[in-house]
Design a binder for this molecule. Structure first.
Ligand SMILES: Nc1ncnc2c1ncn2[C@@H]1O[C@H](COP(=O)(O)OP(=O)(O)O)[C@@H](O)[C@H]1O
Ligand SMILES: Cc1cn([C@H]2C[C@H](O)[C@@H](COP(=O)(O)O)O2)c(=O)[nH]c1=O
Ligand SMILES: [Zn+2]
Length: 195
């Protein structure tokens, strides 16, 4: 379990910001872990703002919702830069589904952290083809703290780090849930991967 480097106790005016990234496959618990950290910051009476890309309306227009229906209120944004304007004077910024932002999210994360905020980003590290999901590799590079979480392989029950797409669609962005994707371990993912 991730132990927060500091939470509410530090003197606000000389607080240093930093970036945390939570990554992994679909169903690996990224959103649950994001919600857990944000709820703990709220308990510590920190001012928290949460964002998600407006493209992601799978469960709810406003809430960030995990696959097991944990939820936290968020602000959907069209562009990464909107987050700078909307974050205001908060202490903690949480962003879910970061893989759906363009590379400007890297500058946004740095700007927020450099202004003293704790920035927590959650998203897919790989797409359905088993390739890096930009801009995640760059976010991993600039983060002070990285957590990779794992799902359970739907074929063999081992730990899973791949998101296997059940349909033949080749577009990179296809929103979906259990009807469209399965968490798989390396072996089970490559056994059935379409070339
Ligand atoms: N194959 C799976 N492996 C692990 N958890 C799964 C799986 N399929 C469904 N779940 C559910 O998904 C939850 C995690 O959901 P969530 O935090 O939204 O994941 P992510 O954001 O990584 O997609 C788990 O607590 C569990 O209830
Ligand atoms: C692998 C992969 C996934 N997606 C989509 C499918 C879901 O809508 C989200 C991921 O959600 P989660 O919270 O991580 O379960 O991304 C996609 O568009 N392209 C892909 O390659
Ligand atoms: Zn497997």
């Amino acid at each position: 379990m991730f132990i927060e480097p500091f939470i509410g106790a530090k003197n606000k005016k000389d607080k240093k910001g930093h970036i945390e990234v939570i990554c992994g496959s679909m169903f690996s618990g990224k959103t649950e872990e994001l919600i857990r950290r944000l709820n703990r910051a709220l308990i510590a009476k920190q001012k928290v703002e949460i964002f998600k890309p407006s493209i992601d309306t799978r469960y709810h227009d406003l809430d960030v919702v995990s696959h097991n229906e944990n939820a936290i209120r968020s602000t959907p944004v069209n562009f990464a830069d909107d987050i700078i304007l909307l974050a205001g004077d908060c202490d903690v910024v949480g962003i879910d589904e970061v893989q759906f932002f363009d590379n400007q999210i890297i500058n946004v994360a740095n700007t927020l952290a450099n202004s003293g905020k704790r920035v927590i980003l959650a998203g897919l590290d790989m797409d359905f083809e088993g390739k890096a999901f930009e801009p995640m590799p760059q976010l991993l590079a600039i983060a002070e703290y990285v957590t990779k979480v794992h799902a359970i392989c739907m074929k063999c029950g081992d730990l899973a780090s791949y998101s296997f797409r059940l349909s033949d669609t080749k577009e990179k962005v296809v929103l979906g849930e259990k009807e469209s994707y399965e968490a798989r371990c390396r072996k089970c993912y490559y056994e059935d991967k379409k070339t």
